[in-house]
Design a protein around this ligand. Structure first.
Ligand code: HAM
Length: 440
C-alpha cells in the first residue's frame, strides 16, 4: 500500500505527463547562439561597430530573402553556390526567391534601386547578418553563418582595394587575433581573362582523363574554378597549369602593382597566390582572402567587382569589398586562447521581499537603468538569503534591499557586497547615492 506522501507524488506525476511529442530539433549546419556565447558575439559586434565607425562606413541592411535571379545573375549560374548551395523556393504568390547566400549582390541591388550613388560617391557601407548555403556541414562550414561585410561602391581606384584589406585587418586587430596572412591575386578583366581562360582550358583538356568528376564539368562551365579543386590528383595537374599573372593586360597589371605597393606601404604580411580565384563570378582584378595560419581557414574574403552593377542593371559602377565570417572568427579566437573583452558588468543586484515591495521594485529599477546603471534581479526567488547568494555569485559591487518596511518608509537599503556595510537611503535620492558609491 503506498503511503499518503507517495500517493500525492504519483498523482502529480500523472498530471504532469502530457501527450508524447518529439521536440523538433534545429536543422543540420544551423546553430543557436546561446547565452553562454553572448560575450563572444558582443566582442565581435563591438569590434565591428568600432572599426566601421573609425573608417566612416554607413550601416545598410537588406532583406534575408531576395529574388533568386539576383544571385543567379550576380554570383554566377555556374558557381557551386548557385548550382548546389542555394535555398531557393517559390512563394505562395509564385515568385522564385532565395535565402541570401552572401551580402554583396543585395547591397549592389539596393545601391542601384535607391540611387545611393547620388548621396555618396563612393558609397561606403557595412552590413551584418546571416547567410545561407546548403553545404556539407564540417568544421568552419555551416549552412547558416554570419558575415560582417564592407562595400565601397563607385570608385575603381586601387586605394580602395587596399582600404578594404586594411579594414578587415583592423577588425582582427581590435579582436587581438594574430597570425593572419593576406593571400592575394588578380583575376584580370574582360580584356585579358578570356585569353587566359582559353590557355587554361587547352592545358586542362590535355589532362582531362585524370580530372575528378567536378573538374570535368568545370572545364566546360567555369575553367577558372579548376584551380580551386581540393582533390589531390587535380592539385598535381594544377602545379603545371599556366598562371594568370603571365596574361594580365597593362591595366590589370598596373592595378595589381598599385594594390601590392599600398599593401607593402602598410606593412601587411602577404603571399601572392596565383591559384586564388574565389567562388563567386562577380570578381574582376583584385581577389584576396585573409587566412588564419594554424587552421588554414579563410576568416575573410573579398575583392573588386567592377562588372556586377552592369550585370544587374546595365549601368557600369566599379566596386570593391570584403566580408568576414563571424563563426570562424569566434571559433579561432576560442582556439587561440583569446578572451572576450566586451562586458557590461552588472553594478547593482536588486532584492525585494514581499509582494508590495516586488510590485514597486520595477519602477525603481527602471529609474536606475535610465541612468545607465546595469541592474540584475532575481525577484522569482522568495527569500532574501537566496537573492543575496546570487548577488554574491555575479559579483555586483552593490546590492539594494527593498522590503515591506522600506516600501512603507519610501527608502532602500544599500549594501556594499565586499564589506557587508549597509545604509538606508531615501528612494528620491537613490540614483544619486548609488552613483556616488559606484564611483568611490
Ligand atoms: P565568401 O568568401 O564566400 O565571400 O564569404 C566571406 C567569409 O564568410 C569567408 O571568408 C568565411 O570566413 C565565411 N564563410 C563563408 N561560407 C561559410 C560557411 N559555409 N560557414 C561558415 N563561414 C563561412 C563573400 O560572401 C563575398 N560576398 C565577400 C565580398 C564582399 N566580396 C566583395 N565584397
Amino acid at each position: 500500500m503506498p503511503n499518503k506522501k507517495e500517493k500525492i507524488k504519483t498523482v502529480n506525476k500523472k498530471k504532469q505527463r502530457g501527450p508524447r511529442v518529439e521536440l523538433p530539433q534545429s536543422l543540420r549546419g544551423m546553430s543557436d547562439i546561446l547565452p553562454k556565447d553572448e560575450l563572444w558575439w558582443k566582442t565581435v559586434w563591438h569590434a565591428g561597430e568600432t572599426v566601421s565607425e573609425l573608417h566612416n562606413f554607413s550601416f545598410i541592411e537588406t532583406p534575408i530573402v531576395e529574388p533568386a535571379a539576383l544571385f543567379e545573375l550576380g554570383v554566377g549560374a555556374s558557381t557551386d553556390i548557385i548550382e548546389k548551395e542555394m535555398y531557393t523556393f517559390r512563394t505562395k504568390g509564385g515568385e522564385r526567391v532565395s535565402l541570401r547566400p552572401e551580402g554583396t549582390a543585395p547591397v549592389m541591388r539596393s545601391f542601384l534601386e535607391h540611387h545611393l550613388g547620388y548621396f555618396a560617391s563612393p558609397l561606403k557601407a557595412y552590413y551584418v547578418g546571416p547567410m545561407f548555403r546548403y553545404e556539407r556541414p564540417q568544421a568552419g562550414r555551416e549552412r547558416q553563418h554570419h558575415q560582417w561585410g564592407f562595400e565601397i561602391i563607385g570608385d575603381s581606384d586601387p586605394l580602395y582595394d587596399a582600404q578594404v584589406i586594411i579594414i578587415a585587418l583592423d577588425f582582427f586587430k581590435a579582436l587581438k587575433l594574430k597570425d593572419i596572412t593576406l593571400k592575394i591575386n588578380s583575376i584580370g578583366c574582360r580584356v585579358c581573362r578570356p585569353t587566359y581562360k582559353e590557355k587554361l582550358k587547352n592545358y586542362y583538356q590535355s589532362e582531362r582523363a585524370k580530372l575528378c568528376r567536378d573538374c570535368e564539368r568545370r572545364l566546360e562551365m567555369n575553367p577558372l574554378r579548376l584551380l580551386d579543386c581540393k582533390e589531390e590528383g587535380c592539385r598535381l595537374i594544377r602545379a603545371r597549369a599556366p598562371i594568370i599573372l603571365d596574361y594580365l593586360c597593362q591595366g590589370c597589371n598596373n592595378h595589381l602593382k598599385s594594390v601590392l605597393e599600398l599593401v607593402e606601404d602598410n606593412s601587411i604580411n602577404y603571399e601572392p597566390d596565383p591559384y586564388l580565384v574565389r567562388g563567386l563570378d562577380y570578381y574582376s582584378r583584385t581577389v584576396f582572402e585573409l587566412v588564419h595560419a594554424s587552421s588554414g581557414l579563410a576568416l575573410a574574403g573579398g575583392g573588386r567587382y567592377d562588372y556586377l552593377s552592369e550585370i544587374l542593371s546595365g549601368r557600369s559602377v566599379p566596386a570593391v569589398g570584403v566580408a568576414l565570417g563571424l563563426e570562424r572568427i569566434i571559433d579561432t579566437m576560442i582556439k587561440s586562447g583569446n578572451v572576450p573583452h566586451f562586458r557590461t558588468k552588472p553594478k547593482i543586484f536588486f532584492t525585494a521581499v514581499g509582494e508590495q515591495a516586488k510590485k514597486a521594485s520595477l519602477r525603481i529599477m527602471s529609474e536606475l537603468r535610465s541612468s545607465g546603471i546595469v541592474v540584475v534581479e532575481a525577484l522569482g526567488k522568495k527569500s532574501l538569503k537566496a537573492q543575496l547568494k546570487l548577488a554574491d555569485k555575479i559579483k555586483a559591487p552593490l546590492a539594494l534591499i527593498f522590503g515591506q518596511r522600506e516600501v512603507f518608509e519610501k527608502t532602500v537599503i544599500v549594501r556594499n557586497m565586499e564589506s557587508g556595510a549597509q545604509e538606508t537611503v531615501v528612494i528620491d535620492r537613490l540614483v544619486e547615492e548609488v552613483k556616488k558609491r559606484l564611483k568611490s
